[in-house]
Design a protein around this ligand. Sequence first.
Ligand code: GAP
Length: 446
Amino acid sequence: MNDLMSKIVSLCKRRGFIFQSSEIYGGLNSCYDYGPLGTILKNSVKSHWMNAMTREHTNILPLDSSILMHPKIWEASGHVSNFSDPLVDCKTCKARFRADKLESSACGQKPSKKPTECGGELTEPRQFNLMFKTFMGPLEDSSAVIFLRPETAQGIYVNFLNVMTSCRQQIPFGIAQIGKAFRNEITPGNFVFRMREFEQMEMQYFVHESHSFEEFERWKQARIDWHIGMGLRKERLRFHQHGPKELAHYAKAAFDIEYEFPFGWQEIEGVHHRSDFDLKQHEKFAGKKLSVRDPVSNEAFVPNVIETSVGCDRATLTLLIDAYHEEKIVEEGKEETRVVLKFSPKIAPFTASVFPLMKKDPMSSKAEAIFKELNRIWPCDFDASGSIGKRYRRVDEIGTPFAVTVDYESDSVTVRHRDSMKQERVSDSGLIAYLKNELKNAGAEE
Ligand code: GAP
């Protein structure tokens, strides 16, 4: 793994963001558990996404559909016949690769080389379906086969009419959903970038074909702007347009939003013009009409769909990578490296950490009272152990924008800023207004 990625993986474990799944049993490849800090961070990503969809658009509604769905859904969507990757094995080291990703794969025996550069021979490609299969009920036969959903989108399509009629919507309107998806990836890797169990945040916008390209362009821009608004550096984001060979058979257009990861430019989100393919397929396989009527022209039509689909884990990883900084500082005459996550204050797991300079009263009880007051407004943390220097290192590493230290002064505290390390004296009575103003200046408060 790349050096920077190794440092991020290690910080994530050390500070309680992300752990290897089933670690005490030796780990389960490509599955991860979010620790306390990671859970807060990921929940914040999810709530920002859901708010950007449903609170900023009155015609986008939330949904939470089940992971297990009727198996015919995956025949209709094309996943049973098409959702596969070409797989090849090295006859020498038995390592398994995606035939279409050999250029970016590493030899099983000599990781500095690409597959076959070690002299090994590859098998002919075989198609490998990525859906996880299981059985519903007590019988383990073909009639009981069921799939773990590989995307959340299909749960939206099959509920399209339910949402539209129950919530009195008209075209155009959208449905937004966050939920787990499962893919038996051949080559998972790069930490939570490619996993077998992950979470997606998907929005399907149902629109008349005549406005579909206009909406597609609008959503492309809105989605890249959302990532920038979450704090990602603009210069590390770009669009990649799917060429004719990449474009899915049902898509009229598709763009990936890519981020410059330590392992190269990679997709974090897809914006897809899915035509009327999905709804028409479900009409055909379910035998139910999914057309709508234009209230003015009375025309009956099956809507086109503009999809925005982003991995929640990938978005969280991107924020961690983008926020990661190492800085040389001089502490007590010694040069040290400070590791700091420069999260936007709007997504930092904690807004402020409160420290009593010493674990004794009246400092301790004053610090606890301030913590309780701040914690009612923003997620905050309380830390009374170790030297102040060590506590600063910790808040830097978890990306907390402000540290509030209670010392001998009876009517004021010190506020230390994470990025500039500047320290300011603030009166007790003015502390909340001071933090509100700082957050407002950073774009994290109205
Ligand atoms: N419904 C469309 C769809 O699922 P996709 O490009 O296959 O499209 C959308 O996936 C997003 O889901 C990707 O941009 C990525 O962020 C995330 N994603 C896909 N596979 C993933 C995996 N194995 N691990 C983590 N995230 C994944």
